[in-house]
Design a protein. Structure first.
Length: 123
C-alpha cells in the first residue's frame, strides 16, 4: 500500500507473504455455471449387502476438473434464500444410457482446497 500526505514522506507498507499466503490458499473458489447437464449419483451396489447400495449422501455426476488440489462440490439455490450443497463425482467421458436422464442445473461449482500439509508431496 502506498500512502502520500502533505506532512509525511511517501511510505510503502507490505504485509509479509508468510502471513498472507496460507489463509489465501485455504479460501474456497467458486465458479458460477449453468445450465449444466447433471445426473443424480447412483452408487454401485454394496457388496456387503447393506440394503443393496452403500450409504452415500446426495451427490451429482457432472463434468468437472480433477480433485488434485481439493474437493469439488455443487451449490445451488433450492428456494429463494436457501442453498443446498451436494458432493460431485466426475463424468467418465464414456457413453452411457442416461438413466436417470440428466437435468439442466444452474449453480456454483466450488473447490475447497486440500490442506497444505496433505499436498506437500504433490509439489
Amino acid at each position: 500500500m502506498h500512502a502520500t500526505t502533505d506532512i509525511l514522506p511517501t511510505a510503502e507498507v507490505r504485509l509479509p507473504a508468510r502471513l498472507v499466503e496460507p489463509p489465501l490458499a485455504e479460501l474456497p473458489v467458486s465458479f458460477r455455471l449453468g445450465p449444466l447437464p447433471a445426473t443424480p449419483y447412483a452408487p454401485e451396489p454394496d457388496p456387503a449387502g447393506n440394503g443393496g447400495h452403500a450409504a452415500h449422501p446426495p451427490a451429482l455426476l457432472l463434468p468437472r476438473p480433477s480433485d488434485r488440489h481439493g474437493t469439488w462440490t455443487w451449490v445451488e439455490s433450492a428456494t429463494g434464500d436457501r442453498w443446498t450443497e451436494a458432493d460431485t463425482y466426475t463424468a467418465d467421458g464414456e457413453a452411457h444410457h442416461p438413466h436417470p436422464a440428466p437435468a439442466l442445473r444452474t449453480g456454483r461449482l466450488t473447490l475447497r482446497p486440500t490442506p497444505a500439509d496433505e499436498t506437500e508431496g504433490d509439489r
